[in-house]
Design a protein around this ligand. Structure first.
Ligand SMILES: [Fe+2]
Ligand SMILES: [Fe+2]
Length: 266
């Protein structure tokens, strides 16, 4: 029942219904059995495909400036889309990998609950600009990354430990940019981003925990294994500004941060 329910929530494209189904399951978790003999399904398209136009990343509207309702909406729409994608990804982490300790499922459902709150918070701000989710085109890089990571080790390395960790870096940068605008709406967005930044650190550390759990199971060195997966997945990756404090809190070691960017001081 647990996995069937998750499947229905993940594939549901009616946002209100999706959240209702989630809260219903989340508040009755003790009634569910996480053991499973079945294999997970591979979902061919993301649930937002029915209400968002999907384009390649380079074709997504550029987020430049914050001085018109449209520019505000473009930035907020991008954040709203990341939060929405993160809901399905957290649920998919719980759905896809079977017969793990109970704590694993509780961890990712807790993340999904955070992502729903993040989505609602940023979506309320987006709607204040007069736009709504689906009004701009989006890319599906996160969904594609999830398709390519069908084992626990690479999923934990690529989604929480790469993409969500990148979010820690990006969030800080957006806060810095927005604080240059003398604009009460920008301040509201900054407040939301600060909540997200604080709550995203535990998401990355949950990824860190389960990545290391799997490394231990397979007798692998975590640092070596992480960069092997990342080098293979992203080929020519280059990292610039890192949110060192947030990444250290989330479980990255100084050694790893120096590999990501040799100029990092820690
Ligand atoms: Fe989030
Ligand atoms: Fe997250």
């Amino acid at each position: 029942m647990f996995y069937q329910t998750l499947e229905r929530i993940i594939t549901c494209d009616n946002i209100e219904e999706k959240f209702e189904m989630f809260y219903d399951m989340y508040s009755n978790l003790k009634d569910y059995d996480f053991a499973s003999q079945k294999n997970p399904k591979v979902f061919e398209k993301p649930s937002y495909a029915s209400f968002c136009k999907i384009v390649p990343p380079a074709k997504v509207p550029r987020r430049r400036g914050f001085d018109t309702p449209e520019k505000k909406a473009v930035l907020l729409h991008a954040i709203v889309h990341i939060e929405y994608s993160a809901i399905d990804l957290a649920l998919d982490a719980a759905y896809r990998f079977r017969n793990l300790p109970k704590e694993y499922y509780y961890d990712w459902l807790e993340v999904a609950e955070d992502e729903i709150r993040h989505f609602k918070m940023m979506n309320d701000l987006l709607e204040k600009t007069g736009y709504k989710y689906g009004d701009f085109s989006v890319h599906n890089s996160l969904f594609e990354a999830s398709l390519k990571t069908q084992d626990l080790l690479s999923r934990m390395a690529v989604i929480p430990r790469w993409y969500e960790a990148n979010g820690l870096d990006a969030n800080e940068k957006i806060i810095n940019k927005l604080s240059r605008f003398n604009d009460s709406f920008a301040n509201e967005v900054i407040e939301g981003l600060k909540i997200i930044l604080k709550e995203e650190i535990p998401h990355v550390s949950k990824g860190d925990k389960w990545f290391k759990f799997e490394c231990k199971n397979k007798n692998l060195d975590p640092v070596e294994t992480y960069f092997k997966i990342i080098d293979n997945f992203f080929k020519d990756w280059k990292k610039k500004d890192l949110n060192v404090a947030a990444r250290l809190k989330a479980g990255f070691t100084c050694k790893e941060l120096k590999i990501l960017n040799e100029r990092v001081e820690c």
